[in-house]
Design a protein around this ligand. Structure first.
Ligand code: SAM
Length: 289
């Protein structure tokens, strides 16, 4: 019976060969396809998940669930930092993280450095709600390689760096290295935070281990992973890893975070979720400490 229903429908499927699993969404049509100098961008119209952006065959975001990822990538570091004025986003070309960052009134400048302008142009067309802060006078959009940007960046010029990148292959491979983390450390002011999407705790422990090792090796005083659901990514269980320059990750502007659902209109992020997200499972603690 299930097979009959499947036979009538059209599906987009991302196969995660190394994990022995696949994820599918029922689709109406492909509405965009573009080969840029860096990657292949596709957008599908789905039946129940809005639009779906795919880069080189890997799901990036859907209209329906991107709020989980974008809120957790932006609000966790921004409410952890005591005074986040200058924020640098590496990648993030769909502009959803930028929109969340700019909800914070103390942010004076938010640079978004994505290697591929095609991602932002496609997002403006199919995810206009994510791009609604692109004309905020505090936003600075640049289309350059984030690795080069950080290597040449001014020392102690930013408070928070958010690495909202594709998986560690292709142009994003160098964003998961000790050399890159060291360049980020140089750009951060004392007490500054680096946050990077760090894949699935269930499927990608090796990547997580290497990230912790490389961030510590680069000289950060503290490194911690937090988790959140993300249905469109392999396993549906995702993480971000945060590292701090010069001090442990012990701050939380809780009173302001408590007001986020009402003040910022967050759909997932609350102060309770912020705290709970850092509670990692036993197997994770055994492997990483
Ligand atoms: N949330 C997504 C995920 O975890 O799969 C990431 C979304 S965002 C669209 C990823 C962005 O990283 C893409 O727009 C891609 O162009 C960008 N990117 C990849 N490598 C990059 C690099 N070296 N410098 C700057 N941006 C990069």
């Amino acid at each position: 019976m299930t097979e009959t229903r499947f036979a009538d429908a059209q599906w987009f499927t991302e196969v995660a060969t190394e994990c022995g699993s696949a994820f599918s969404l029922e689709i109406r049509a492909k509405v965009h396809e573009q080969q840029t100098p860096f990657q292949k961008i596709e957008v599908w119209e789905t039946k129940r998940w809005g639009y779906l952006m795919v880069i080189d065959g890997f799901v990036m975001l859907s209209s329906r669930d991107n709020f989980l990822y974008h809120e957790m990538m932006a609000h966790v570091p921004l409410f952890t930092h005591l005074d986040p004025r200058h924020v640098l986003i590496i990648g993030g070309g769909d502009c959803g993280t930028l929109r969340e960052v700019l909800r914070h009134p103390q942010v004076e400048t938010a640079w978004q450095v994505d290697i591929d302008e095609g991602v932002t142009r496609a997002s403006e067309k199919f995810f206009p709600e994510l791009c609604e802060s692109n004309n905020d006078p505090r936003a600075r959009l640049h289309f350059e390689d984030g690795i080069k940007w950080v290597k040449e960046g001014e020392a102690e010029s930013v408070d928070v760096i958010i690495v909202d990148s594709t998986d560690p292959i292709g142009p994003a491979e160098g964003l998961f290295t000790e050399a890159f983390y060291r360049d980020c450390l140089k750009m951060l002011r004392p007490g500054g935070l680096l946050v990077q999407q760090s894949e699935s705790p269930l499927l990608h422990m090796q990547i997580l281990k290497e990230m912790h090792h490389a961030m510590r090796g680069a000289g950060y005083a503290d490194v911690r992973t937090y988790q959140f659901p993300q249905p469109v990514y392999p396993s549906g269980w995702w993480s971000a890893t945060m590292a701090r320059k010069g001090r442990v990750i012990d701050s939380f502007r809780e009173a302001e975070a408590l007001a986020a659902p009402e003040k910022f209109g967050t759909k997932y992020y609350t102060a309770d979720i912020h705290r709970a997200a850092f509670a990692m499972p036993a197997f994770f603690r055994r492997e990483i400490g």
